[in-house]
Design a protein around this ligand. Structure first.
Ligand code: 5GP
Length: 128
């Protein structure tokens, strides 16, 4: 792991969730992707969709290194938004997808992840 990353190979918090070392409310898992509820939700529905590999720090590295895996994150977000088990009463075709990229943009976990937000979100706003 970590060939694309300049950070150490120490497991990220998300790798520790994948390894079941930290509990999380997991809503989807495949061989390559995991999705769980954000511990500090910023919207009525707030999921994180995360590649299991921590080789990519952010979405720019992921797009360059494995565009198919980025497409899989987007497809996973779309499926979850349509799934009442994940999105509850807010399930449907619409959702907000956010990739914070860099500390000054609010990124705190340098293991690429998509925030998938749903529920009433105001048009014209980026925050909720
Ligand atoms: P970032 O700020 O890097 O874009 O997003 C990191 C997100 O991970 C934050 O929204 C934060 O609430 C969430 N988070 C951090 N640690 C944990 C954790 O241990 N479990 C869960 N479920 N979410 C976490």
């Amino acid at each position: 792991m970590g060939s694309m990353s300049e950070t150490s190979d120490e497991p990220t918090v998300f790798s520790r969730i994948v390894a079941r070392e930290i509990p999380a409310d997991i809503v989807f898992e495949s061989d390559t992707v995991i999705a769980f509820r954000d511990i500090a939700p910023r919207a009525p529905v707030h999921l994180l969709v995360v590649p299991k590999t921590q080789a990519y720090r952010d979405v720019v590295e992921l797009a360059e290194g494995d565009p198919a895996l980025l497409a899989e994150l987007v497809a996973t977000a779309s499926r979850l938004a349509a799934d009442p088990a994940a999105f509850g009463e807010h399930s449907g075709s619409e959702f907000r997808l956010i990739f914070n990229t860099g500390a000054s943009a609010g990124q705190t976990v340098f293991h690429v992840h998509a925030h998938v937000l749903g529920g009433p979100l105001e048009e014209g706003t980026l925050a909720h």
